[in-house]
Design a protein around this ligand. Structure first.
Ligand SMILES: [Zn+2]
Length: 167
């Protein structure tokens, strides 16, 4: 059941107030690879470009997680865009420099039940989306692709950034 902003704020407060257990770290393993290029189309301007598939492997996970957020009743979507479109929306690197054209960018649109306009943000990290999903399901933890356990409470800043829910 999708909730309104007030319900979501209370849910987040309750989740981040939980006593924490030590986090289990998953092994980060990146295998060396031969570049395999795929042609992808920007979902905003339609521009097609070749990208290194290795750099795009997390996108499917993000798309699947957003589908689960939608299944909870929230109006949410993710669009994969070129650097130019992401820059036009005002997204940059943390230091303010424009995004580079090496990958596609994931733009996340989210509305809670009483919101008229989308909250729009950008993240290419599946964990940010998984944290939001866990929070919306009122779960206190989630597992990443390496089966490492993460506490929702540790991701509260990402959740606030992704959903626009602040208090
Ligand atoms: Zn574009």
């Amino acid at each position: 059941m999708a909730k309104k902003k007030k319900g979501l704020i209370e849910q987040l407060k309750a989740l981040i107030g939980l006593d924490k257990e030590p986090e289990l770290m998953g092994a980060m393993c990146y295998e060396t690879h031969m570049p395999l290029f795929v042609t992808l189309k920007c979902e905003l301007c339609g521009m097609e470009k070749e990208y290194d598939q290795f750099l795009m492997t997390e996108d499917d996970e993000i798309i699947a997680t957003v589908e689960q957020i939608k299944a909870l009743g929230y109006d949410a979507k993710v669009l994969r865009t070129c650097a130019g479109c992401a820059n036009k929306l005002g997204f940059t690197y943390k230091d303010g420099t424009p995004l580079l054209d090496s990958i596609m960018y994931c733009i996340f649109y989210f509305k809670n039940k009483d919101q008229k306009e989308y909250h729009v943000t950008r993240s290419e990290s599946p964990d940010d989306y998984k944290a939001v999903l866990a929070y919306l399901k009122n779960e206190d933890r989630f597992y990443d692709r390496n089966e490492a356990l993460h506490w929702v409470a540790d991701n509260k800043e990402e959740i606030k950034r992704m959903t626009g829910i602040t208090f």
